[in-house]
Design a protein around this ligand. Structure first.
Ligand SMILES: [Zn+2]
Length: 149
């Protein structure tokens, strides 16, 4: 999984850097931990928390080896709970127009500070990004992406 900002599309590189700088000025240190994903990497995210039998063929074909291994150890679904509703070549991470980030303090990721997320989400929006934290049905606070038209 790629975490280099430079792997993103040029407009996203600019917006991501502007977001990091705006956060820095507000005293928030951000770490970008995921940028571009291959379709297979996205499929490995999509399978989390889902039954293998319910996966679209396009997903299960990409990760057939992984599924075989999981099934061999008795699993019928991907590990953990659902983390994404997106699969295939049109996913923002696959297109290189999205990144995931988390605020850090003294080297530790701060996942559960509501106020902090609100601040850094708004700062992302202020540089022109769409923030996953606003999604009503599946809020994804670490996620920022190019605005959809
Ligand atoms: Zn994301």
């Amino acid at each position: 999984m790629e975490r280099l900002i430079s792997s993103l599309e040029p407009d996203l590189v600019r917006m991501c850097n502007a977001h990091l700088e705006a956060c820095r000025q507000a005293g928030i240190a951000l770490v970008v931990y995921c940028t571009r994903r291959s379709e297979k990497e996205q499929a490995l995210e999509y399978v989390k928390g889902r039954q293998f039998s319910e996966l679209p063929k396009s997903v299960s074909n990409l990760i057939a080896d992984e599924i075989r291994l999981w099934e061999a150890s008795g699993a019928r679904s991907g590990p953990g709970s659902v983390v994404t509703h997106c699969h295939g070549p049109e996913c923002p991470h696959v297109l290189g127009i999205a990144y995931d980030c988390v605020p850090v303090c003294e080297g530790k990721a701060i996942w559960k500070d509501e106020t902090l997320w609100e601040k850094l989400g708004a700062l992302g929006e202020s540089v022109g990004l769409e923030w996953g934290g606003r999604w009503p049905h599946f809020p994804d606070r670490p996620h920022f992406q190019r605005k959809r038209n």
